[in-house]
Design a binder for this molecule. Structure first.
Ligand SMILES: *Cc1c(COP(=O)(O)O)cnc(C)c1O
Length: 364
């Protein structure tokens, strides 16, 4: 079950060394590449039996909880590679547009590498925890009066005009790092799953997973390839509508993207994997978000789109299938949504500090 390690990277002990070292031979690095790592990767594949029971048919459902990466999202997988390669090329600064998690990861890895990070975010549409991270890691945070899509246009132009490296998922090294999640899923299950359910924003992650599964398949490390099932928020679903969405809206701010950077690549993934793109409403996302919490797994709303989508498509799930839902980010990123979603029948405020009052609320 151990992933392959490079012969030239002997380990003294069993501690996980980060995905570049652990999967070195699959990645574009050399012995002299200055690896920038926070020991990302190696996240758990957690069974969710209640959700599996809701589907029935003897299916097994796991969540790949990538919210347990160092900055709390899968973006760390891409950022360790992107910042490593920027450093190797002598870069001194990185830039990204972000709905939040990319900025947190870029800020952390850039800081670790002694580089500056500039991040452009849509003002008012970034979850609180993500903003706190980018600031704390020392990024220059530029909140624009425009959405993610506009921010991306501006950073692309910046990267052409100024000495800054673009680290959005247009940066090919991002996808190289992110494909390792497919390796971990396959190593963990002993084979690829039948379905891979994943939230889709810019569609970098779905593209990277597909790349990873294919590389393992070609090496005989799995005997099948999954159907790639991408899910988008209904108010922000360019892949479902078949074109750019001008004013995307959803509570799942991490996937509030109307003009995906990896549009054509993701269409290819759908075709090659016999996959699908389907929409889920904000309400369906929030229901799945709470179902996951009831299994002990707290993810952010965008991540729950994968499980919301699976439940929506349950009639199409084959008997006995093994399904992996990707949970892209940690629930702590967005405390506002979590607290708003919790009921008044659960959170009693301003209670008198006496036993009678407390016991009454406990139902005794
Ligand atoms: C970035 C992100 C996504 C979307 O990933 P893409 O590669 O842009 O499709 C989904 N969920 C969370 C939590 C994210 O941070």
């Amino acid at each position: 079950m151990n992933p392959p390690t490079a012969a030239n990277a002997p380990r003294s002990g069993t501690a996980w060394r980060g995905l570049i070292e652990e999967y070195r031979r699959y990645l574009p690095v050399t012995d002299s590449t200055p690896v920038v790592t926070l020991r990302e990767g190696n996240t758990p594949l957690i069974p969710v039996p209640t959700i599996a029971a809701e589907i029935g048919k003897g299916v097994r459902v796991f969540v790949k909880y990538d919210g347990l990466n160092p900055t709390g999202s899968f973006k760390d997988r891409g950022m360790t590679m992107a910042v490593t390669k920027a450093k190797e090329a002598g870069g001194e600064a990185v830039i990204c547009a972000s709905t939040g998690n990319t900025s947190a990861a870029a800020a952390a890895y850039a800081r670790r590498a002694g580089m500056r990070a500039y991040v452009l975010i849509p003002d008012g549409y970034v979850a609180l925890g993500k903003l706190a991270q980018a600031l704390m890691y020392g990024a220059e945070v530029i909140a624009i009066k425009g959405n993610f899509d506009r921010a991306l246009e501006l950073v692309k132009e910046s990267a052409e005009k100024y000495p800054v490296t673009l680290v959005n998922s247009l940066n090919p090294f991002r996808l190289q790092g992110q494909k390792t999640a497919a390796f971990e899923v396959t190593d963990g299950l002993g084979n690829a799953p039948d379905w891979l359910c994943i939230p889709v924003g810019n569609a970098g992650n779905i593209t990277a997973y597909w790349m990873g599964f294919n590389e393992y398949y070609q090496e005989g490390r799995c005997t099948k390839l999954p159907r790639m099932m991408g899910f988008q928020a209904a108010g922000s679903a360019p892949f479902v509508q078949g074109g750019i969405v001008k004013d995307p809206e959803t509570i799942a701010t991490a996937i509030r993207i109307g003009n995906p950077a990896n549009y054509d690549k993701a269409l290819k993934v759908r075709a090659e994997s016999n996959g699908e793109f389907n929409p889920v409403t904000d309400e369906e996302i929030l229901v799945a978000y709470q179902k996951l919490a009831a299994e002990g797994v707290f993810c952010e709303p965008a991540s729950a789109a994968s499980v919301a989508g699976l439940l929506k498509k349950k009639d199409a799930v084959p008997f006995g299938a093994t399904i992996v839902c990707v949970l892209t980010g940690n629930g702590l990123k967005d405390p506002d949504t979590a607290i708003k979603r919790s009921g008044d029948d659960q959170f009693y405020q301003g209670v008198e500090p006496d036993m009678a009052s407390v016991a009454k609320l406990m139902g005794f």
